[in-house]
Design a protein around this ligand. Structure first.
Ligand code: SF4
Length: 278
């Protein structure tokens, strides 16, 4: 199935492509919803992911000026209550113009027919500098080397330079004016910061274009995309039985630093959540 001409790449789909070409094909091109759980204990995983989604919504509402007491009343259960206290006490972004849940996109590909898109938890612009914040609620705090390899660390700053001028009075940011910060709700005093450079920007542009070319070329054939040779990536992948890579869901205790995907998408609506809580 050819890559649709209006396909929108995100850091998530690019990360899937890098991790396993077959997963990218199954999830984004064939859109197969495979009935398997990504991790066990299933309920514990879903609960953690649901609270993580709620934390992101509360952080957004806080930046938008929703009453802090009202938000705090929503954080009754752990680990959300602890994350929220950490956020109120130690969140790093407090000065400058704040843009929560910022969506940036740009034309992507040789003929600029596809798009590259990102939704950023928070962008702070201060003195002509843009800091992109990403809130992480994973169980473990990933090491810097692992984060440096993530597509998110490349895609977000790259997009900020290519498509973030509106946040800077119409003036594009230079690479040295952009920084990416991961802030960990469970480890609030250990954020990880990545500054950006012109060399990294050029390297990322080339590597992102290369990934798009690979995806477009593979999709010209109806053949299955290559399965990852790293079978450890299959343990928390819902397609494992489809790929003959096992039938047992990964154990949460053996999870590395990435949250497995939720079995269902959380469509949290702030007003609905608030009504439930009050
Ligand atoms: S089970 Fe493994 S090979 Fe199959 S899509 Fe998932 S990661 Fe790829």
């Amino acid at each position: 199935m050819p890559l649709p001409s209006d396909f929108q790449f995100s850091q998530g789909s690019l990360q899937d492509f890098v991790d396993c070409k077959r997963r990218f094909q199954l999830r984004y091109l064939l859109e197969i919803a495979w009935p398997a759980v990504p991790a066990e204990p299933y309920l514990e995983n879903e609960q953690h992911l649901r609270l993580g989604a709620l934390f992101h919504l509360m952080a957004q509402q806080h930046v938008l000026g929703v009453d802090e007491g009202r938000l705090t009343a929503m954080a009754q259960e752990e680990p959300l209550a602890g994350w929220w206290q950490n956020f109120l006490q130690d969140r790093p972004a407090t000065a400058g113009a704040q843009y929560p849940e910022t969506v940036l996109s740009m034309p992507f590909g040789q003929a600029a027919e596809r798009r590259l898109l990102a939704k950023m938890d928070l962008v702070v612009v201060d003195n002509g500098r843009a800091t992109i914040y990403d809130w992480k609620t994973s169980r473990r705090r990933p090491p810097r080397a692992w984060l440096a390899e993530r597509m998110q660390t490349r895609v977000y700053p790259y997009l900020m330079i290519q498509a973030g001028a509106e946040l800077n009075g119409g003036q594009p940011f230079a690479p040295e004016q952009v920084e990416m910060v991961y802030w960990f709700a469970g480890f609030p005093n250990r954020p990880e910061r990545f500054s950006y450079t012109a060399d990294q920007f050029a390297e990322d542009g080339a590597s992102l274009a290369g990934l798009l070319d690979q995806a477009a070329t593979l999709s010209l054939s109806d053949a299955p995309f290559p399965l990852t040779p790293d079978e450890s990536k299959c343990r928390f992948c819902v397609y494992r039985s489809l790929c003959n890579r096992g039938v047992v869901a990964g154990d949460l205790n053996e999870l590395d630093f990435d949250d497995p995907e939720p079995a269902v998408e959380f469509d949290l609506d702030f007003e609905q959540v608030a009504e439930v809580e009050y």
